[in-house]
Design a binder for this molecule. Sequence first.
Ligand SMILES: Cc1ncc(C[n+]2csc(CCOP(=O)(O)OP(=O)(O)O)c2C)c(N)n1
Ligand SMILES: [Mg+2]
Length: 213
Amino acid sequence: MASANPPSHSPAAMLRRPLVEAILARRADALVITGLGTTCYDVFSAGDNPLNFYNWAGMGGAAMVACGLALAQPKRRVLCITGDGEMLMGLGSLATIACEKPANLSIVVMDNEHYVETGMQGTHTGRGVDLAGIARAAGFPVAGCVTAQDGFPAALEAIYGPGPVFMNLKVDPAQPPMTLPMRDGPYIRSRFRDALLGPAVAHPVMIPASKQP
Ligand SMILES: Cc1ncc(C[n+]2csc(CCOP(=O)(O)OP(=O)(O)O)c2C)c(N)n1
Ligand SMILES: [Mg+2]
């Protein structure tokens, strides 16, 4: 399953949607944080869920949002499913996660070696940068890179095992059909919050008499 120096542009790169579907089929009540762009569409296409937090355009923060949630909700599995470009922009988060070590957090990177959403520019991972190696060096106890389908079952077990887990999946760069979730950020946030914590209770705001108009 794990290889320290995965080959670039693996000829056996996997199709991303079946992988995301297989990961989410086991989610139970896991909290799922997406990257922007294609991983956002992948997760929505596998089935909408109020415990999905769709990151529409925020780039570089998915793993950190997931880390915060994992620390706040230690009894819930937190899955971050993001892209290589998004992860490259937020590399510092790997250091923070390695320090905090939330055992319930799994970061899954759909590594297509490209920024698909913005026109298929190549990313660093296609030039040899090894995200799993970076995670391992930072201190992740579980970090692997899967380059072909036969390594996926073991990766799936690891994703739901003790963490923090970092799993890089080399996937085909072809863009699957764009399946767009709702775009209203406050709605996505409130829906997620309500599903996790129950409906928000409105607390009356007490304004001192001296401050009242
Ligand atoms: C700060 C910032 N810079 C650039 C963009 C433009 N942008 C949107 S999606 C994207 C590419 C994302 O690439 P990746 O995470 O690898 O996703 P995938 O290849 O799966 O689409 C970029 C550069 C952005 N949304 N925010
Ligand atoms: Mg990409």
